[in-house]
Each structure stands twice: as C-alpha cells, then as structure tokens.
Design a protein around this ligand. Sequence first.
Ligand SMILES: [Zn+2]
Length: 304
Amino acid sequence: MKKDTLLLGSHVDMNKKNGFLVGAFKQAQNEKANTFMFFAGPPQSTMRTDINEVKIEEFAQLCQENNIDRDDLLVHAPYLINLANPVKPDTVSFSIEFLKKEITRVLAMGVSLIVLHPGASVGGDRNVALTTLAHSLDLVLDDFQGTKIRIALETMSGKGTEVCTNFDDFKTVFGLLKHKDKVGVCFDICHLSDSGYDVKNDFDGVLAEFDAKVGLDKLWATHLNDSKNERGAKKDRHENIGHGYVGFDAMVKIVHHEQMRGIPIVLETPYIGTFCPYRDEIEMLRTKIFKNLKPEEEITANTV
Ligand SMILES: [Zn+2]
C-alpha cells in the first residue's frame, strides 16, 4: 500500500569501510532521509561479503526504532547484469544466475525492492533484446514466487544500445511478462530528460503518457538527478540538483507532486570534489529553497 508521505533520500555507501548496513543507515540518518538506496555488494564485481557479516540484525533494529520501513528502501542491482543481451546467451544465463543470488541477499536484508538496468541490445536486434529481457525476468522470478521481492526496471538515457529508453519499450516488456505483478519501473529524471521526455516543462504530460502506456501503479521508485546535457542528448551524465538542464523548479515540482507521494525518491547526484551533497540537496528539496553548492562554477542552465 502506497504511503501518503514524501519519501526522499540518496544512494548511500554500504561497505566494510563504513560498517556495512549500519553505516548505510547512519549516513541516511545524517542526511535526514526517510528512504535510501545502496549496492548489496560491489556493482562491477561478483565478490560478495558473507551475508552474516553485513550487520543485518542491527540494521533491522535501527530501521524499526527510527520508523524506517525496509519496504521503502532500494537496492541497486549490479552493473554486470544484462538480461536483454540478444546475441550472447552466456551473458544472459550468467545474468540470471547472478541476479537470483543478489535477490536472495537482498531478501535476507529485509529489503524488497531492487532497481535494475534493463540492459542493452549490443549490436543485436532491439526487439529480440526486449523479448529476451522479459523471458529472463520470468526465469529469475520463477524462483521467487511467494516472496516479497519486486524488481523496478530503470528508465534509461538512450546511451549506446540501451533498451527501455521510452515507455513503449516498457509496454512491450510488460506485455510479454508472466510475473507482471513483481516488475515495475524506476524513473531516472536525468535519463528521462536525456532520452527526450520533457520532465522540465511538462512532468504531468510525462506521467500521463506513462499512465497510458504502462500504468501509474507501476511507478515504484525514482532516481532524482539533474542532467549535464540538454533534453534528448542521450548522454547519461548526472548533475547536482538545480545545476543542470532540468533545473531546481522542475525538481521541486517533481518531488512534491501528488503522484509521487509514497514513492521512494533517491538522489544519485555527483560528489562535489570530495563533498557529499546529499544532506544539502535533500534539505533544499524539502524546503524548496535553492542553495548553490558550487558557487565557483557557473550553473549550466540556470532556472532558479
Ligand atoms: Zn541506475
């Protein structure tokens, strides 16, 4: 059941150096976040710390004591996975097996939502890639019936041969899926803009098109990033809130939009040098008051 509240947080670190899940929780708490996202292990590697060492019990207790519902948290799936590859069956079978292991890990952490890059057609046929993606998702989910796992496919920028760069792609995938109930969508605001959607001037129009082609009930999470590039650039370069081509006013409108209530919104904006911007960006978005975090630089496309 969707909560009637604004859920806002960031992509926090979850690793040995910061004390695994406890460190991730504390970072989010310091940022005054009420949701957050993390990697369940290094995103470019299959190496994983033993699940018994990542402090699950302390994490569960911290969440409970602080009124954080673990069903509002997100894990970002590793980048190695391409469930859509239409030309290399080995890549697909590796991806299926690795994702199954990762989901088992995520469920052990008490988290139910995993965000996944839908993949790329890498020189093969785009429609075959979409069919492969749907089939692979079903093969993964065959093993998780009766669990609470949900997979949110991320909207991609259109860089390279990525699939799911427009709502028609999602419509195709959902039309093919057997386990439809366990698959949804994660908006990425930078990617939507880069792939051509006018999130800056017409977020209502974007939501209306999504509703018509996919269904608003499938919007399960959002990555909130500004973009270093103009709409339609297909580049995928995230920018700090209010410093890019989407701009602060549009970001505030999205965060406080009625349709976004209860949907976890997480920042994946870049660090400014070594400075982590999330605490300030979360505050700016909640209060609707812009604060220039890099005054020495010119704002790419100032709208504030
Ligand atoms: Zn992502």
